[in-house]
Design a protein. Structure first.
Ligand code: ZN
Lengths: 149, 184
């Protein structure tokens, strides 16, 4: 790296205020004798000046509105949910009650059926019991409907 | 007596406690710098809008992930930068950060000379590749130190320093070329 290249790197660091004193002394000593580096430094410094005076872009109103909707959203969403919830509970109440009744009866019937139906492991035993002659107990007919006399 | 403006840490604290109005205040504070950054990076108003909007969507949802309350500005720029790079990658599926050269080849060749149509700064920034444009913007407009720029861009301070130098050198060269053209 020659002196000019090293000085170009130092210019950028100097503009950012991170060049040490020794580097600064070397840089300005070189620029005193090198037209090329003086021009480069003028160009690099101009970038900062141009950026400082550049007008900020106009932020579109549409973006402002989108962001506003964003932070206004949670409250709006809650009230919307509340509305939907209320509507669903009040307007189709009879249908909802009927559906609830059907589901309850189905669940109840399933529970009763499960309690009366033996588990698969018990099936062999049930078959055995069924193959046995039914015993009539105090006038109650046997399981297979036959009577032992 | 005028009320003191809330600090970033106070706004973030309010947001963490569920006060969504502070999101609006944070937006008011950073709408211009964030929009400028996104606009100069993606070079399209609608896409820049999307990038800023999505940044605030993430702020609304993921603000609990900002561990250091003083790091709100860096967090916003880091997220905005991610949004910008997603947009740039969709537009040009090529390596953006490791590409050779400082000047962006996708920029019209004579853009640097179109100072009547676009401001000189706009033209200068547009001429740089994204990896150089972002560090120059964060340094010149946001006056961020190298360490903060490195944190935002997922880079090192050394790389930031080097990119700033190369960006300035390339632009200084372009401006010198323009002057020579005009003097002819
Ligand atoms: Zn020199």
């Amino acid at each position: 790296m020659n002196t000019c290249e090293r000085c170009e790197e130092m210019m950028s660091a100097y503009i950012d205020g991170v060049l040490d004193d020794a580097g600064g002394a070397e840089l300005f000593a070189h620029m005193g004798t090198c037209t090329q580096c003086r021009q480069t430094y003028a160009g690099m410094s101009a970038i900062r000046t141009y950026c400082a005076v550049a007008p900020a872009p106009e932020v579109p109103e549409r973006l402002d509105r989108r962001i506003h909707r964003l932070h206004a959203a949670p409250a709006a969403r809650v009230s919307r949910l509340r509305k939907v919830w209320t509507q669903r509970l009040t307007i189709p109440a009879p249908a909802f009650a009927l559906a609830l009744l059907v589901v309850s009866v189905t669940v109840l019937a399933t529970v009763v059926w499960l309690r009366t139906t033996p588990a698969p492991a018990e099936e062999q035993q049930v078959m055995y019991i069924m193959s046995m002659p039914a015993v009539e107990v105090e006038g109650v007919p046997g399981r297979n409907g036959s009577h032992i006399h | 007596m005028a009320m003191a403006m809330a600090t970033d840490a106070q706004l973030l604290d309010r947001l963490l406690r569920g006060d969504t109005r502070s999101l609006g205040e944070i937006y008011e504070r950073y709408r211009v710098p964030l929009f400028r950054f996104c606009l100069r990076m993606v070079k399209d108003t609608a896409l820049a809008e999307d990038a800023v909007h999505d940044t605030f969507v993430k702020l609304a949802r993921q603000h609990s992930g900002i561990l250091h309350p003083g790091a709100l500005k860096s967090w916003l720029f880091r997220v905005a930068r991610n949004e910008v790079y997603m947009i740039l990658r969709r537009a040009a599926p090529m390596p953006l950060e490791d590409a050779d050269g400082v000047l962006d080849p996708s920029t019209p060749h004579d853009l640097l000379e179109q100072t009547e149509r676009a401001s000189l700064v706009h033209a200068m920034l547009a001429a740089l590749r994204p990896a150089y444009r972002e560090v120059l913007m964060l340094r010149e407009f946001e006056e961020m130190p190298y360490a903060e720029i490195a944190a935002i861009t997922g880079s090192t301070e050394g790389a930031v320093k080097s990119r700033l130098f190369k960006a300035r050198l390339a632009l200084a060269g372009s401006m010198a070329g323009m002057q020579k053209e005009r003097m002819r």
